[in-house]
Design a protein around this ligand. Structure first.
Ligand code: SAM
Length: 234
């Protein structure tokens, strides 16, 4: 992977960047995504945000190597603290867990004015992001699920709007994704068949463990998720 050829995962993220956007790629690491997006005419400029010094230096190196110093700026900081309100029109956050992406959005809420689109790629825990989007009036407008190098990734795309529009059966769709559930492609089926097996194994271990309030709650949660996924896979 480099600034000219992205992974399938990041290419999917890039495909949702609106033409002409000013992008903030948060947790940019090597800055391949913003460099690729500029070199392919998706964005007119952007910011690569990084909290860690090593990845920040890789981002700076990559931006210079691509001769994009006047177009893309690498900034050090936690989450959205690297941007100002109305500075960017699109934010990408990729390659992290859903709960970390959710907390970056929550902590940086005051930086979101002017942002028209969020493109979020959680490695796990996409439901935490779907919940945050609903709570904060962002409407999910598209979702993708893909497999690369034996790992399965989801991409969530949201714009300001009616947050409940894509949902009809909220509990099921929060977990599985309203668009992904409707499409039910082979990667979706593979992911949830695998999760189902995993949860059933944990549940059977919990069934043999001693009964505690925590244990009981955990079992109930697992049973509910198993029920939802079984219904979806029927
Ligand atoms: N976005 C790239 C991708 O998808 O290939 C890099 C993903 S890498 C696994 C996660 C990056 O996010 C790391 O470079 C890490 O330093 C950065 N990161 C983690 N938490 C962050 C935060 N709160 N603010 C900014 N960057 C963060």
């Amino acid at each position: 992977m480099n600034e000219e050829r992205l992974s399938k995962r990041l290419e999917t993220v890039a495909s949702y960047i609106p033409k002409g956007a000013i992008l903030a790629d948060i947790g940019s690491d090597h800055a391949y995504l913003p460099c690729y997006a500029y070199l392919n005419g998706f964005i007119s400029g952007g910011i690569a945000g990084e909290v860690a010094e090593g990845p920040l230096q890789s981002a700076k190196k990559q931006i210079s190597k691509s001769k994009l110093d006047s177009k893309i700026e690498a900034r050090k900081g936690d989450g959205l603290e690297v941007i100002q309100p109305n500075e960017v029109t699109c934010i990408t956050i990729a390659g992290m867990g859903g709960s970390l992406i959710r907390s970056i959005l929550e902590n940086g809420k005051n930086k979101l004015p002017g942002v028209k689109r969020l493109i979020l790629q959680p490695n796990i825990g996409a439901s935490a992001i779907r919940e945050w989007l609903i709570e904060n009036d962002w409407e999910l407008i598209a979702e993708e699920i893909l497999e690369e190098d034996k790992k399965i990734y989801e991409v969530l795309v949201a714009e300001k709007g009616n947050p409940l529009k894509p949902y009809q059966h909220k509990e099921q769709e929060l977990l599985l994704g309203p668009f992904l559930l409707k499409e039910k492609n082979s990667v979706f089926e593979k992911k949830w068949a695998h999760e189902l097996k995993h949860w059933e194994k944990i549940l059977s271990q919990l069934e043999t463990a001693g009964e505690t309030p925590d244990n009981r709650t955990r079992k109930e949660e697992l049973k509910q998720k198993i029920k939802i996924v079984k219904e979806a896979l029927q």
